[in-house]
Design a protein around this ligand. Structure first.
Ligand SMILES: Cc1cc2nc3c(=O)[nH]c(=O)nc-3n(C[C@H](O)[C@H](O)[C@H](O)COP(=O)(O)OP(=O)(O)OC[C@H]3O[C@@H](n4cnc5c(N)ncnc54)[C@H](O)[C@@H]3O)c2cc1C
Length: 234
């Protein structure tokens, strides 16, 4: 059921270049699934512009965690200004959860998260959930960023305690002092890290352009539609 609640900011952190994490209180008896999103809004927004006062944001927290978490890039929009000007204890309104990204019922089916930039939100929720469930299936994270400074949650995502977990970070605009992957996520990179190409469930998270290009890559690899899910940030 879609519900609306008033919640409070617990903490705001800059976790990568122009990328902010908001930890907020979780309403009592609120439940959601990894991969879902919410609408974030303000009862009395300080800044306004021609656009709506609310935005869709994926829940970066996992369902078992005590608080909710959202991660977003800064911008000049009135909504982002309202977010950035929040102080600890300030209130905001959340509506949801919504969205239909689902994890495979078959606990042996591997999953691969193909994400760019702030799309890491959905990936974090899913990976932390898998860690909490202590699953054994292969979980591969392919996470693209322009530069090292723009990687959000780098350390946390490297140190997940899952038996069969492969975190892969790739930079598309920087190669110096970096011993990880470079360049865009492509077929070769997917084949290098995903063991069971055909049976893996793929989650593509990011902008429309990123999703379209990754969908094309997976289509050329003959991955069936049923094994591809999207979280389109627009
Ligand atoms: C299901 C879902 C989940 C999402 N999850 C996240 C998330 O976890 N984190 C996250 O950061 N975002 C997420 N988004 C995207 C989010 O809702 C916002 O669209 C995004 O953060 C940009 O918001 P904004 O206020 O900065 O820009 P907006 O004001 O919404 O503008 C969006 C884009 O349009 C451009 N634009 C705006 N006005 C004009 C204009 N007049 N002329 C030309 N260009 C213009 C802006 O430069 C910007 O690039 C999600 C979206 C969806 C649908």
């Amino acid at each position: 059921m879609i519900s609306q609640s008033t919640v409070k900011l617990i903490q705001k952190n800059e976790i990568a270049e122009n990328t902010f994490q908001f930890i907020i209180t979780k309403p009592k008896d609120f439940s959601f699934n990894s991969g879902q999103f919410m609408f974030l809004d303000f009862a009395n927004p300080v800044n306004t512009d021609d656009n709506p006062t609310f935005r869709a944001m994926s829940i970066a927290a996992a369902p078992h965690e005590e608080n909710l978490m959202f991660i977003m890039r800064g911008s000049e929009s009135a909504f982002k200004k309202n977010m950035m000007e929040m102080n600890d204890g300030d209130e905001m309104v959340i509506k949801g959860p919504m969205g239909h990204v689902t994890l495979p019922q078959n606990m042996n089916q591997p999953i691969a998260l193909i994400v760019a930039g702030v799309g890491v939100t959905t990936a974090r929720s899913i990976i932390k959930h898998e860690e909490h469930q202590k699953t054994n299936r292969q979980v591969t994270l392919l996470y693209a960023n322009r530069t090292k400074k723009s990687i959000a949650l780098h350390e946390e995502l490297q140190n997940i305690e899952l038996q069969n977990y492969k975190p892969v970070f790739t930079l598309t605009r920087e190669t110096q002092e970096w011993d990880g992957e470079t360049g865009r996520i492509n077929e070769d990179m997917i084949r290098k890290y995903v063991d069971d190409i055909k049976n893996t469930m793929y989650y593509i998270v990011g902008t429309k352009a990123f999703i379209e290009s990754m969908e094309e890559v997976l289509k050329n690899m003959d991955i069936i539609k049923e094994n591809i899910q999207f979280d389109n940030f627009g």
